[in-house]
Ligand binder design. Sequence first.
Ligand code: COI
Length: 353
Amino acid sequence: MEIIKRKTLKEKPAKGTSLGFGHYFTDYMFTMKYTAGQGWHDAKIEPNEPKPFDLATSIFHYAQGIFEGMKAFLQPDGSIAVFRPEENWARMNRSATRMCIPNFPEELAEEGLETLLKLEKDWIPTDPGTALYIRPTIVATRVMLGVHASTEYLFFIILSPVGSYYAHGLEPTKLIVEDYYTRATLGGTGEAKCLGNYAASMKAGEVAEEKGFDQVLWLDAAEKKYVEEVGSMNMFFVIDGEVVTPALVGSILPGITRKSSIQVLRDKGYRVTERRVSIDEVIEAEKNGTLNEAFGTGTAAVISPVGLIRYKDVDYTINGGKMGDITRMLYDTITGIQYGKLSDPYGWRKIVK
Ligand code: COI
């Protein structure tokens, strides 16, 4: 694969820097283009520098674009592991299909990612809880204003050394149930990782933050009755010993950390049920003392305990506002596999060769 080198490299954040999420970017990126009639072409590694775009480029107008989130971890033996990238490539192509974007060759994307990671190995942070976040994205690049699928696209992968997604790290998050705004509807784009889903969630997110909450807990659009997800995380509740997570009904992102968590929990002997779970059931369980734990799962958020949920102006504290035992076990298991501290019985670590 062609690698276009840059003249000078950027300064890397020093060890111990509080990285936050998505503030630093590495020296290089992977790019490839799509042109109708030609397919995907021009795959290369190039300097991660600003690119000029005509302001009539369709992505700016109609948000025909998708993205993914993955992480790379430095292993104790010095190798680089990516967590389940094949799952992300497959989901990205499913998102592409939903958004009328031509599917891309997954093995070429993987080759591009691995070439990029080898070049950027020194950017992988090593402080506890940090990782190199991987952001593959496809945007429509045809210059035109008609509302039609573009005939040209840019696929790129940029890398960002990150710390924890929430400013307060592993402290349990506070969620507010949103019963007015809607994130996604059945038949909409909720299960695709498309740009517009995130733009649509920002208004409620802003209101939540003003009130001192970390995130919004979304309900289904039709009845405002069933829990869906958090936008940056899938949700799990432990009710009377049973682990319950909303079923993937079509408006919920099929999370890869969600899928991995279900597998780990089942293998450890927990009863995990994917079903519709109403907000009333969650609140009732909190009231009668059977809501043992709540947590979210996501690439950026990892396994994130939820300590408080506000619904209809009433605050419900979960597990005394502390991280529960099942949440802790899951966090330790998933991160243990990711950082190479535990064995990998599932083959989830993809070692970059
Ligand atoms: C991720 O977890 O990778 C996400 O894409 C969620 C959010 C940062 C947008």
